[in-house]
Design a protein around this ligand. Structure first.
Ligand code: FAD
Length: 518
């Protein structure tokens, strides 16, 4: 029904891609009163936006590259996100250990500049810790030659739950959101010639296997690492993007034993690595490993996992947790193309590129700056689409769920939706039971994700609505049959569709588990 209605309308704005950038654009456009449709090839956030390090920051590491404007902008956005999404973004203390006076001076200058760039009222207080204080704050840190540490504050969030809040907010503002609807071609104006403006897209509704033609005054290409593929449908044959990849390994919390995050300032190849608490686990990882091809659903590679573990081991005493990682994940970073091989040095700035009159491609940036990117893209869309000028209101619009605070780690990022889940859990005895023994997530959370958060497949539930896959791959594999049964009941799926979905989910778990084998 929804899909049929979508076809018959001329939309003001069509957004391609349901990651942070695309959902940010859909929310911004809908809040301005523009009729808006967003199409996502898979599930919302199935790309990079659910596979990040989960830090809301200016990016202390970019200071080394003197990208001061970029850092300042990120810090400004960080403060805004604390205001509009208090249920999703929290303050986290980060500690950079140092082993020489020279490093102490350099890191102190760095965090002082970071605080300064945050401006008056911006968070980021820092202090220098003695070796003893550093060891007490990070009990698992190796202390040989340790001289001290610098503690500073930054933001942390749950990326996939943030995306769900964006999707809920965009839908409430009037946007139509379709997942599992990949764009397979772009449509041109009436005469169809290659000089004609882009007037929409042909999408495939994967569930019904039907093609839909969606028409729009402006098309915003927010397909992240896949944005060049979308441009190619319009005939562009140059590359706007360079894609780099990054991986993370997830450990039991015993690996860190702290509420503070550890910053490893220099890996052997000169990158920054973070070891930070996340829910009941600890994530270790880094980005910008090397350039990569844009492929959907990438997994970490065994070599990446081994490299991360070995780097962590040089800083952290082995407590057994490092020998038994719980999960891993990897993501692709869309960077603005630039000559030169080292992606760690490429600009993180974003661009909004207008081509073929009405196709806007928005690329680059980072999670922290999604709101700013969306505002810039929709400002431009309004001009080229001849839409009534309306200012963006995303700096003052609280995201869905912002009025509630969460009482248990399993509800991190739910905000006021926690109450709705708790009510649902009382509906049936089964709903209050754990999804998997030994994990806190409930069957009710699965039902809620399907009924109210547009989860369509097992992966959507265990990877992004409940986060079990990135937290604990063994638990995710054990949850497959139960999630499948609930999906069958809730969505009336056939046995054939369900077993295909189970095969896919099990393969995903097996691929993730295989990256952890030593
Ligand atoms: P994506 O999230 O990749 O979304 C693009 C979407 O487009 C995908 O969902 C995809 O399925 C969809 N799509 C593709 N083709 C089609 C099609 N044909 N039709 C319809 N849809 C399509 N930033 C931070 O601020 N903090 C961090 O801690 C941080 N950590 C990071 C860690 C790693 C490993 C990486 C790689 C990046 C990190 N970033 C971080 C950067 C940040 O995650 C990205 O900049 C951001 O998520 C990009 O969002 P996006 O929406 O542009 O892309």
């Amino acid at each position: 029904m929804l899909r049929a209605a979508a076809r018959s309308q001329l939309w003001d704005v069509m957004v391609i891609g349901g990651g942070a950038t695309g959902l940010g654009c859909a929310l911004d456009a809908a809040l301005r009163g523009y009729s808006t449709i967003l199409v996502e090839a898979y599930d919302f956030g199935s790309g990079t936006s659910s596979r990040s390090t989960k830090i809301i920051h200016g990016g202390i590491r970019y200071l080394r590259q003197l990208q001061l404007g970029f850092v300042r902008e990120g810090l400004k956005e960080r403060e805004l996100l604390f205001q509009i999404a208090p249920h999703l973004v929290r303050t986290r203390q980060f500690i950079i250990p140092f082993y020489s006076r020279c490093d102490a001076a350099a890191f102190t200058m760095g965090v002082a500049l970071y605080k300064r760039l945050a401006g008056r009222g911006g968070r980021g207080d820092y202090h220098v810790l003695s070796a003893g204080e550093t060891a007490r704050a990070l009990p698992s840190l190796r202390t040989e030659r340790l001289k001290g540490g610098i503690a500073y504050q930054d933001g942390q969030f749950d990326d996939a739950r943030y995306l769900i809040a964006l999707a809920q907010s965009a839908a409430r503002a009037g946007a139509t959101l379709l997942n599992y609807c990949p764009v397979v071609d772009l449509l041109r104006g009436d005469r169809g010639g290659c000089q004609e403006p882009i007037r929409g897209a042909r999408v495939l509704d994967v569930e019904s296997n039907q093609a839909l033609e969606l028409r729009a005054k402006v098309v915003v290409n927010a397909a992240g690492p896949f944005a060049d593929g979308i441009r190619a449908y319009a005939g562009a044959n140059n590359q706007l993007l360079t894609v780099s990849r990054g991986a993370h390994v997830v450990f039991d919390s015993a690996a860190l034993q702290s509420e503070s995050a550890l910053v490893i300032p220099r890996t052997v190849d000169g990158r920054v690595m973070f070891l930070l608490p996340w829910r009941d686990k600890v994530i270790a990882g880094t980005t910008d490993h090397r350039t990569a091809h844009a492929e959907p659903n990438i997994a970490a590679e065994r070599a990446e996992v081994r490299e991360i573990i070995s780097t962590v081991r040089t800083y952290v005493q082995d407590v057994g947790a490092l020998d038994a990682p719980c999960s891993s994940f990897a993501g692709l970073r869309p960077l603005i193309a630039h000559q030169g091989g080292n992606t760690a040095r490429l600009s993180r700035d974003f661009s909004v590129v207008q081509e073929f009159s009405t196709l806007l491609t928005v690329v680059g940036g980072k999670w922290t700056t999604y709101r700013k990117m969306a505002e810039a893209a929709i400002d431009r869309a309004a001009t080229i689409g001849g839409l009534p000028p309306v200012e963006s209101s995303t700096t003052e619009t609280a995201l869905y769920g912002a009025s509630g605070r969460n009482t248990e780690p399993r509800f991190e990022g739910y905000g006021s939706a926690e109450e709705a889940v708790r009510t649902l859990e009382k509906e049936q005895l089964e709903y209050s039971e754990p999804l998997v023994l030994g994990r806190p997530e409930s069957v009710g959370q699965v039902v809620y994700g399907i009924r109210f958060e547009m989860a369509r497949r097992i992966e959507d539930v265990f990877a992004r609505r409940l986060r079990v896959l990135p937290l604990d791959v063994t638990a995710a594999a054990a949850a497959v049959p139960k999630i499948s049964a609930i999906l069958g009941r809730e969505l009336g799926k056939t046995n054939g569709t369900l077993s295909l979905d189970e095969v896919h989910a099990r393969a995903l778990c097996a691929a993730t588990a295989s990256t952890l084998e030593s």
